[in-house]
Design a protein around this ligand. Structure first.
Ligand code: NAD
Length: 423
């Protein structure tokens, strides 16, 4: 079904585009709208001069891509990683457009990235990179323009620096310019857990749909950062059995199930590599964990984990994509043929951007909600969006991923038609 070739399958932009092409065709999207939505609105490249701690001056390359502002301000994270590329940021920006449309929140899609290795930079160096990057793109940012959030390699502290830099330039505190901030600076209760919680809500819905039980349901999670760690913890607390875990250092498998709070202490408090966890389990590579028999496989690390070469070895009933783009386009068909129920990334991990939206709303109101209120609203959004995707899948006779794209493109196209083309 996918139009991307196997030779090109690791290019995430091509992967995202291949799904867009399929969905646009099924939807019968008219040519002008198709062209409008296929390409980003704006791609900004900045060269960021930063004084390093050793006195040297280094220049880092940063990007901000605004894919679509049709349904509202741009929304999307900032990634700090050594392998960031413009194509990757482009793909992530487009996914944000579709993700915000799937969960029907009033944002467009954007994404940012800086080519740097945050593990090798001091706190001071990271702060200077963040502030100068923000200053370079400042005229395109703002609560009504483009609202960044954390992604890989950035966190609440990074967002506090973005907020402060923007506020200094505007001459007044503007908390709503970024989300994923610390609670004391206008962050939302429940934001830290939101992406993992959204994954769990999607899994609950999938289990109900497939007539499966939550208690003892075997889950493998790849990635143990914000998304994977939180999903594992919340699912463990809810009665799921987490039997496989992996991070960048490697994987662990234990069919009896892990004591997740103890693993969290080990990895996040003691800062030890996950595979060295002393509480039992067989060590294996981070890739091999993906092939262990389980009911739910939850990749929550990086892109391109399930490919035309590896998807055939997956042994699960449900694939819940916590990461963005963990499955390449050619792998979709393999998963379909295996009868795996896929909860695609633009639905499964949309809990994060949904609570980011709640944070933006709270900042603009200057009125903050109880955590239970945040979680309740998140549950409503995720459950309704899941039902919509499944309804589109059944109506159009397509898999859940293409259904999610059709739903999203349909919503963006409708808004675009209502607005008309300015000129
Ligand atoms: P993070 O930096 O907090 O954690 C990343 C985890 O992946 C770490 O445990 C790391 O060790 C592991 N990892 C990194 N490279 C790996 C590799 N090659 N193999 C195996 N494990 C590897 O990042 P995060 O915020 O949890 O984001 C993870 C994914 O989820 C990304 O694709 C991100 O775009 C996506 N996502 C994040 C959010 C959010 O709210 N944080 C929301 C939506 C989507």
């Amino acid at each position: 079904m996918a139009t991307v070739t196997v030779q090109n399958e690791m290019n995430v932009y091509e992967s995202a585009d291949a799904r867009f092409e399929v969905a646009a065709k099924i939807l019968g999207l008219e040519e002008g709208l198709y062209k409008y939505m296929k390409y980003p609105d704006k791609e900004i490249t900045v060269y960021i001069p930063v004084g390093l701690d050793d006195g040297r001056l280094e220049v880092f390359v940063g990007y901000r891509v605004q894919h679509s502002l049709v349904r509202g301000p741009g929304k999307g994270g900032i990634r700090f990683a050594p392998d960031v590329t413009l194509d990757e940021v482009r793909a992530l920006a487009a996914w944000m457009t579709w993700k915000c449309a799937v969960v029907n929140i009033p944002f467009g899609g954007a994404k940012g990235g800086v080519i740097c290795d945050p593990t090798k930079l001091s706190r001071g160096e990271l702060e200077r990179i963040t502030r100068r990057y923000t200053a370079e793109i400042i005229e395109w940012l703002g609560p009504e323009r483009d609202v960044p959030a954390p992604d890989m390699g950035t966190n609440e502290q990074t967002m506090a620096w973005v907020m402060d830099t923007y506020s200094m330039h505007m001459r007044h505190t503007t908390t709503a310019v970024v989300t994923g901030k610390p609670l004391d600076l206008g962050g939302s209760r429940g934001r830290r857990e939101a992406t993992g919680r959204g994954c769990m809500i999607s899994c609950d819905k999938a289990l109900a749909k497939l007539g499966m039980k939550r208690d003892g349901c075997r889950v493998v999670v790849q990635g143990f950062g914000n998304v994977g760690g939180m999903a594992a913890l919340l699912m463990h607390q809810a009665g799921y059995k987490i039997i496989g875990l992996a991070d960048i250092h490697g994987g662990l498998y234990n069919e009896k199930g892990f004591d997740i709070p103890a693993v969290i202490d080990w990895v996040h408090k003691e800062r030890k590599p996950l595979p060295d966890f002393p509480g039992g389990g067989a060590r294996m590579s981070t890739q091999d964990v993906l092939y262990q028999p389980c009911d739910i496989l939850l990749p929550a690390a990086v892109e391109n984990q399930l490919t035309s070469k590896t998807a055939g070895s997956v042994n699960c009933r449900i694939l819940c994509e916590g990461a963005n783009g963990p499955t390449t386009a050619p792998a979709d068909e393999i998963l379909d043929n295996k009868g795996i129920f896929v909860i695609p990334d633009i639905l499964a991990n949309a809990g994060g951007v949904t609570v980011s939206y709640f944070e933006w709303v709270q900042d603009r109101q200057g009125f903050f909600w109880r955590e239970s209120e945040v979680n309740e609203r998140l549950q409503d959004v995720m459950e309704h969006s899941f039902d919509e995707v499944v309804r589109y899948s059944e109506t159009h006779g397509v898999n859940n991923r293409i259904a999610a794209y059709i739903l999203a493109i349909d919503r963006v196209a409708y808004a675009l038609k209502l607005r008309g083309i300015y000129a």
